[in-house]
Ligand binder design. Structure first.
Ligand code: GLN
Length: 387
């Protein structure tokens, strides 16, 4: 036997893979891993198929196909008024996850601190570990009005070692959409401390009611890496087409790391992504409306049954509370309901360092088709009644 160091906790099997496997073995309704049931826009799908058939199956440039970089620049400019040079300030990545990992590895030295709001998406912790940096989780507080940000707690968490803040809005797993005032304060403190902001905006189009997505780059252009992708916007999470946009010296560093991770993103799906950004943005509004209505279906059904649901204004997700079912431990609850209620959910404690704060929280995905969302709600309500 070779002698191997153990796999660090941050790189252990992700909670999403664990819960997806549980959904497969139990046959439960899967409100766990966040991927949509619906297909993306047909013009986008056709463009990728045609690219394969046309023989466009070799390497793209490492930073991505130029037409895609131009469409990304156009999308950021048209929607947000932020301008990026497609040749020097945009890099296409294998999903937003690679953009974030490459950025953390490129921007941090061993021992630097990476700040992130808690609960945090698991890949942030993994990227921090791989960069030999140190994670600092800054709690958001769960209140009946949603997950709240405390500027004092944030300011206190930043220190001389803080190099990067990984910011995420709309936020996975809470569905919080940060307000512009909150973001201004975050941008101000990051400027004061010379902290670079990696802004994960993969749910940029998926905001509900009167919540609006504000890109961090509009508030801190010189220090923000804007990260997004087509997975959530066009319901193609398996395509793995994402990007990072930032001032040239930052993108140069990210692109240098990205070269030796995936080298380049698969060519046909970059072509599909180019079509999506150019021709299919109207389609996204119908997705947004439909997701908002599925959120409402799930929220109302659970609340009417007396189950606590935190308000969510963006993303695929809402948070509920195992304590509504008489259970304190969300992990045990999720294992239980897979078998006894036939529903798979994600225990939010997997996204916490301060585990006591998040122990009881449960993430439910409402991006599944409406019948599945309804069935999941009915099963949870039935289980709730049986308690
Ligand atoms: N982003 C999705 C989620 O939060 C999937 C994550 C994953 O499986 N790595 O559920």
């Amino acid at each position: 036997m070779v002698n191997l160091a153990p796999i660090p906790d941050e790189l252990g099997e992700s909670i999403f893979s664990q819960m997806a496997a549980l959904a497969t073995t139990t046959g439960a309704v899967n409100l766990g891993q966040g991927f949509p049931d619906g297909a993306g826009p047909s013009a986008m799908l056709a463009a990728a198929n045609e690219a394969v058939d046309a023989g466009l199956n070799q390497y793209a440039p490492s930073i991505g196909l130029k037409p895609l970089r131009e469409q990304i620049a156009a999308q950021r400019a048209d929607r947000y008024g932020t301008r990026y040079n497609p040749d020097t300030e945009i890099v296409v990545t294998a999903g937003a996850t690679e953009a974030i990992t490459a950025a953390v590895m490129a921007l941090c030295e061993p021992g630097d601190e990476v700040a992130m709001f808690e609960p945090y998406f698991d890949s942030y912790a993994a990227a921090t570990k791989m960069a030999q940096a140190t994670r600092r989780a800054i709690p958001l507080t769960a209140t009946p009005a949603g997950f709240e940000f405390d500027p004092t707690v944030f300011a206190d968490a930043l220190n001389d070692r803080t190099r990067v803040l990984i910011f995420n809005s709309p936020h996975n797993p809470t569905g919080k959409v940060f307000t512009v005032d909150e973001m201004r304060e975050i941008a101000r403190l990051c400027a004061e401390r010379d902290v670079i902001i990696i802004s994960d905006e993969v749910y940029e189009y998926l905001t509900y009611d009167d919540a609006r997505h504000v890109p961090m780059a509009t508030l801190a252009p010189e220090r923000t890496v804007s990260v997004s992708g087509i997975g959530k916007t066009f319901s193609a999470t398996g395509w793995r087409v994402g990007w990072a946009c930032a001032p040239e010296p930052i993108v140069a560093k990210i692109a240098s790391v990205k070269q030796f991770l995936s080298f380049t993103v698969n060519t046909p799906f970059q072509i599909g992504a180019t079509t999506a950004l150019r021709d299919c943005l109207n389609w996204v509004e119908s997705l947004r409306i439909s997701l908002q209505s599925r959120r409402d279906v799930l929220t109302r059904a659970l609340r009417d049954a007396g189950i606590n649901v935190y308000p969510t204004s963006g993303s695929y997700f809402l948070q509920t509370d195992a304590r509504s079912f008489g259970e304190e431990d969300g992990m045990a609850f999720c294992l239980d309901i897979a078998h006894k209620a036939g529903v798979v959910a994600v225990p939010s404690v997997a996204f916490y360092d301060h585990v006591d704060t998040g122990r009881h929280l449960i993430r439910l995905a409402f991006c599944k088709d409406e019948a599945t969302v309804k069935e999941g709600a009915e099963r949870l309500i039935k289980y709730h009644r049986s308690r």
